[in-house]
Design a protein around this ligand. Sequence first.
Ligand code: NI
Length: 182
Amino acid sequence: MAIRPVLRMGEPCLLKEAVSIEQFDTPELHALIQDMEDTMQHLNGAGIAAPQIGESVRVIIFGQKKLDGQINPRYPDADAVPYTVLINPVLTPIGAEVEEGWEGCLSVPGMRGVVPRHLRLHYTGFDQYGSPVDRLVSGFHARVVQHECDHLDGILYPMRITNLKKFGYSDVFFPNQDIQDD
Ligand code: NI
């Protein structure tokens, strides 16, 4: 459908609580998800939330479709996260274990920061047809879901950083890597 402009940190739409989807399997919802997918793939993102393209609804997508065995050049070593549409998500951390890891965001281009996230997670929600989604995940998969769900509550990853010495420009922290924004 369309690659849409991604809002950057400072835009009010990124800072407010998004509203739940009440009707599934509608042309409007399918069009929104297609635009999110086109935009995420164009930018090689690991995920994207609807508020990032200016739609304040509780819809996120993340992960990769298997395209001829291609690997997302942004995360060549990451465990493969299956392509997922998740609507009205509910996250429940499992255990108290927290892991630190580097994150970037399409709405904070050119930067990276270390963010603590729950290591293990149970998440539920719905796909675009209204079918339930219910998963237990850990590690990178859990991190991506937490990052994207934060967007639905007006939270950007820099707000989660506990040590601002580990927040800065991608090409300063990773000078030898061709890191793109996500
Ligand atoms: Ni983000």
